[in-house]
Design a protein around this ligand. Structure first.
Ligand SMILES: [Zn+2]
Length: 294
C-alpha cells in the first residue's frame, strides 16, 4: 500500500495541507484508456469499442484528495472500496453490475479505503463537512457514506445523467444524504475559460472553488485551489493524466463530449499544478509544488 503524499502551502489565512490518498487501482480496457476510434466518433460507437475490446490496459491509481484549509476540511472524491469486487455486493443490481464489472476491475485492500487512511493521518471523516465529487462514477463515490456530516457537492447536470453514466446511487446515496449543486443555470461552461468564474466558493477567502466542467460526463466538476505560490487543479477524469491534456496525446475513449474535453484541456494546459484522478505522477507533481509534510 502506498503512503499518502502530504504537502503544505500558505494561503491568506494561514496554511493549507493537501493530502493525495490512493484508494487502490482501477483497470480498464485499452479502448477505454485511450480512444481507439477517431475522436469525433459518436459516444455509442466508442462505448461499443470498449465493450468489444478483449485487452485490459495497465492498472491506474485511484486518487482522492483531502484539503485541510484553516476554515474547513474538504474532500475531493471518495474513491473506491473493496466491496466492488465482491459478487454479493451487486445483488441489488445484477444486470448493471455485470455490465460494469465486464470492463472495469477495481483492486482495493481494506486498509486502502479513504476513511481508513484519513484516520491514520489524524483527520477524522466526521470533521469533513464538504465532499466534492468530480463526477459520480463508481471509483469516485464509494466512501461517501463515511462522511455523515458532509454536504456532497455535485451538479444538477450530473444528477440528471447519473443513471446513464454508470453511477450507482444505491451504493452511496440515500434520502438522508445532503446534496449541494455547484452548477449555476445559464453560467458559461467549458469552452469559455470564464466558466471557471462561476461555481461555488467553498471557503470565504475564495481559495477553493468547485466549477462545472462538463466533458468527461455531462456534470463533471473541477476544483481549483489558489495558494500564495501556485494554483492547483483537481480535474477528475477530464483526462487520466496531466500529459494527455496535450492535444497531440491520446485521451480517454469514454468521454461523453470529446470536443468539450479538448476545449477544457486547452484552457487548463500550462496551469500550475494539474492533478487528475488517475495519474501515477501526482505525488511528484505535488511535492515539487509545495512543502512536503512529514
Ligand atoms: Zn475515474
Amino acid at each position: 500500500m502506498a503512503m499518502p503524499t502530504s504537502v503544505s502551502f500558505s494561503v491568506r489565512d494561514g496554511e493549507v495541507r493537501v493530502h493525495a490518498i490512493r484508494t487502490g487501482t482501477v483497470t480498464i480496457k485499452r479502448c477505454h484508456h485511450t480512444c481507439c476510434l477517431p475522436e469525433r466518433s459518436p459516444m455509442a460507437l466508442r462505448f461499443a469499442a470498449i465493450l468489444g475490446d478483449r485487452r485490459f490496459a495497465d492498472p491506474l491509481p485511484i486518487w482522492t484528495f483531502v484539503i485541510e484549509h484553516p476554515e474547513r476540511t474538504i474532500v475531493v472524491d471518495a474513491g473506491a472500496t473493496p466491496d466492488y469486487n465482491d459478487d454479493s455486493s451487486w445483488r441489488r443490481d445484477r444486470r448493471g453490475g455485470s455490465l460494469i464489472r465486464s470492463f472495469i476491475r477495481i483492486g482495493v485492500e481494506p486498509e486502502e479505503t479513504l476513511p481508513a487512511q484519513m484516520i491514520e493521518l489524524g483527520v477524522s471523516p466526521a470533521d469533513v463537512d464538504a465532499v466534492v465529487l468530480t463526477h459520480q462514477h463508481i471509483d469516485h463515490t464509494a466512501s461517501v457514506p463515511a462522511f455523515a456530516n458532509a454536504t456532497i457537492w455535485t451538479t444538477k447536470a450530473e444528477d440528471r445523467a447519473a443513471q446513464q453514466v454508470g453511477a450507482f446511487w444505491w451504493r452511496w446515496r440515500n434520502a438522508d444524504t445532503t446534496i449541494g449543486h455547484v452548477d449555476v443555470e445559464g453560467a458559461p461552461q467549458v469552452g469559455d475559460p470564464q466558466g471557471f468564474l462561476s461555481g461555488v466558493d467553498l471557503t470565504s477567502d475564495g481559495a477553493i472553488r468547485a466549477s462545472h466542467t462538463p466533458g468527461h460526463t455531462p456534470g463533471s466538476v473541477s476544483v481549483r485551489l489558489r495558494t500564495d505560490a501556485c494554483t492547483l487543479w483537481f480535474t477528475g477524469d477530464t483526462s487520466f493524466t496531466a500529459r494527455s491534456m496535450n492535444p497531440t496525446e491520446p485521451t480517454a475513449g469514454i468521454h461523453t463530449d470529446m470536443r468539450a474535453v479538448r476545449t477544457l484541456h486547452a484552457s487548463l494546459r500550462g496551469e500550475d499544478v494539474i492533478l487528475p484522478s488517475h495519474d501515477w505522477d501526482n505525488p511528484e507533481r505535488l511535492e515539487r509544488a509545495g512543502r512536503v509534510v512529514k
